[in-house]
Design a protein around this ligand. Sequence first.
Ligand SMILES: CC(C)(COP(=O)(O)OP(=O)(O)OC[C@H]1O[C@@H](n2cnc3c(N)ncnc32)[C@H](O)[C@@H]1OP(=O)(O)O)[C@@H](O)C(=O)NCCC(=O)NCCS
Length: 183
Amino acid sequence: MRLETDRLVLREFTARDVPAVLAYQVDPRYLRFYPWTQRTRQDVAEFVQMFISQQKQRPRTKFQLAVELKETRQLIGNCGIRMAFANAHQADIGYELAPEQWGCGYATEAARTMLRFGFTELGVHRIWSWCIAENTGSVRVLEKLGMRLEGRLRDNEYFKGRWWDTLQFAILEHEWRAQSSPV
Ligand SMILES: CC(C)(COP(=O)(O)OP(=O)(O)OC[C@H]1O[C@@H](n2cnc3c(N)ncnc32)[C@H](O)[C@@H]1OP(=O)(O)O)[C@@H](O)C(=O)NCCC(=O)NCCS
């Protein structure tokens, strides 16, 4: 599977992507809102393998794609949509980017095309996501996608010696169509 946006190509992972993923996953800025404190080459090889295995699912329910800059073909992160089981009426999205690339709108651009894929190709009714409440960049991405805040789960995650609130967002198919249709 392959998706294109103005500036990005979203394509299937291969084992050759491990070094590029490792390069950004060891960055403390990246690690801040994850339970992980460090990432080894083995960790990342397993992480990438998980996405390669998704490609063999029949029917396929999970699509986690590598995000590349169209101009340079540099891998800058990943973005995906996942259904819990085949023909589920809902799916969730997730994304991550190398810190050097933050603030350019790439996560929003990648996730926007995933919403389109989810509603038009997977035929789901609802797409949801969640993030750590203090992860301002991720909160903004979900807001910019037109997803609606549905709730705050207090002390819903525990890692790095403390509790973290999480925010739950979602968008319904008719809401997405209303905001995506040309005026
Ligand atoms: C979350 C993440 C994917 C965002 O990627 P990105 O490409 O920077 O996102 P975008 O550029 O599309 O949008 C980010 C928005 O957040 C804003 N933002 C980012 N950090 C911010 C901060 N600390 N305070 C206020 N706003 C912030 C940006 O200004 C931008 O909003 P704007 O377009 O209104 O100016 C990126 O920070 C990341 O990979 N983080 C680590 C992994 C992660 O947390 N993944 C999500 C797990 S839920």
